[in-house]
Design a protein around this ligand. Sequence first.
Ligand code: MTE
Ligand code: LUZ
Ligand code: MOS
Length: 759
Amino acid sequence: MKNIDSYTHLRGESIYLDDVPVLNGTLFASVFDSPVAHGKLVSVDITEAMTVPGVIRIFTAKDIPGENQIGGIVPDEELLASTHVHFCGMPIALVIATSDEIAKAAVKKVKAVIEPLPVITDPREAKEKGELIIPPRTFKSGDTAMAWSQCEYIVEGNTETNGQEHLYIETQGAYAQPQENGAIRVYSSTQGPTAVQRTAARVLGMSMNFIEVDTTRLGGGFGGKEDQATTWGVLCALASFHLKKPVKYSLHRMEDMRMTGKRHPYSSDFKIGLTKELKILAYEATFYQNAGAAADLSPAVMERTLFHCNNSYFIPNVTATAYSCRTHLPPNTAFRGFGGPQGMFVVEAAIAKAAELLKIPASAIQEKNLLKTGDEFPYGQKAESEANECWNKTDELYNIEKMQSDVELFNAGNKLFKKGIALMPICFGISFTKTLMNQARSLVHVYTDGSVGISTGAVEMGQGVNTKMLQVAARVFSIDPSRIKVNTTNTHRIANTSPTAASAAADLNGKATEIACREILKRLRQVAEDEKILIADIGKTEIPPFEIKDEWIYVNGKKTEWTWTKLVMAAYIKRVSLSELAHYTPPGIHFDPGKEKGHPFAYHVYGTAITTVTIDCIRGIYEVDSVKAVHDFGSSMNTMIDMGQCEGGIVQGIGWMTMEEIVYDKEGKLRSNALSTYKVPDIYSVPKEITIHPLETQKDNLAIFRSKAVGEPPLMYGIGAYFALRNAVKAFNPSAVIPYDAPMTPEKVLMSLYQPPNA
Ligand code: MTE
Ligand code: LUZ
Ligand code: MOS
């Protein structure tokens, strides 16, 4: 079915934060943020800013009635700087004015005296100085130290992957409105309404039940609003609390880019050992994660890097260690893939380097080592079989060898244009790695006219989760989708939600919705029995099959006189509840962080993509010719939405790997602070062809209706573009020594095309 949002999206009628009607008397906020990456905050002078006509109040740390603390995993982040600043863009003061323009103008008149302190931007330097967010963690299987002696080939190296700006079309923002008895309602563009609620309560010294957070939808989140939407929601709540007025803050794009964290850059070391037969026997990796100035979600992101360090390969001996390094950059945060892509890039670089040394295509090594059913991941969970299924299907459909020889043929016949090709298998674990977060609730009401309202903890951010929730109810009740309305995500209706993240929102909230609908259906069946719709065949004690099909009640496969609506009304008249709040947790998942072993994921998503690129060897510019993939959807419940997720993820992944270049200078100032200096894929740079072939598996899994999670995994196909570009450069300049340093921008391509021999 069509995405239910397409109608209002197309007409510009969809409601985002900025479309919430503004109440009379609403005030507008803007933040004065630190111009210095690290320093002692000596004083803040607001006198001049206060003289700007229209400025109402300026709040600083001392105006916080509760705790000045927004750290979720580690309490290490102040909402407003009190004595020190830790990154450029750290909020220091909150200006409240009668208009957005006045607030932003007054911010420029706030002055702070900051005594600069040494700035660290490099994660390895931070680690050397002992600046770690949490103690390092190591995932280990087998014994790498023993295994090296049995390896025929051993290759070592290091890699860099850069950050990535989320660039959701809707910037961060919130709108707080005072309610009676001191309660506050916050409209927030957040993936985690409960996080905003909990943090607002903590900062204001209030209880959570007095804070209502409501989210209609986001114009994109991509992880950037999993944790970092909280700041703006809480700041608006703080001002609203003091002034007893509605307060709104919708960030300017440059404020957003400057003040919020991004995907974590990683600097990593690897060592890989192969047998003569190209079996990977041992793999060691050390990850230096650039966490930025506060923990935010970094420990969880770091954990997922370790979970995905072997991508979709079985490696019997693995030692992977990760350091979460504290630097003076804005705290980096969740971004589609959540550390997984960073981990996968390193093992792909290790394989590529080994292949270059052996003068064979990397695919020869990749294929030999794909996970098979029963293979154990370094963290103890056993694999299902789709890794090689996807690869084999890819080969069957697209003929890998033929594509590779076509590229060689093209390169032999073309001097100034070179093609490159690379395969990228993926494997992504579905579940929050923190087991307790895997829970969700759904509230389903059936109204007396037969219409249905659903509220869950899931936040719609373009990924189509609301459509999927609606499909669940429509399928369980067998009623027309037009009868069903999915409501806003609201902490008064659904409490204690996990953020919409980890690609798990459709599964968790969908399963809860399914349970709620089935419970109501059970009651309706009882009513049907009481109403003697179900007349048991004489002599039979069991109840005849009861079914609702297209809004008609069927008994024993025979259509009755009863409709869905009539039965619903009968239930109401009999005083039977037509509402249900259901709770769902996936069974069987657990993880022991002491041993670093367990079964953390409900299941894995697999896939394989072939990426082909063409480089213009005079200019260094390039195009992605095609991405052809076989993707494991399980059994997709909405092909259009899931295909859209694949295409979007692939383009976003290619952007990260090839053109999006975050630049901070040595002083920790963001240089790529606008769209003139930060380049993302546009319509001209998307692949000329994206073909996704669904691998439909009928196996039982824990996905909603066996329709596997699809939000994040496809992003990792984008890694193939990086390696395809490298291969294309090598075809032009075989002696080029190219560091494994992503993104592979046109500048880097050009430099390596003309790198002199032995450079
Ligand atoms: N798709 C769109 N259009 N917009 C988004 O912000 N976020 C991605 C992915 N797809 C995102 C998106 C991320 S980071 C996640 S975790 C999942 O959607 C979350 O939604 P799901 O759990 O419903 O898949
Ligand atoms: N968020 C989180 C995530 O808190 N835990 C996770 O495991 C995760 N995985 C992917 C994306 N966001
Ligand atoms: Mo996605 S990074 O889990 O919000």
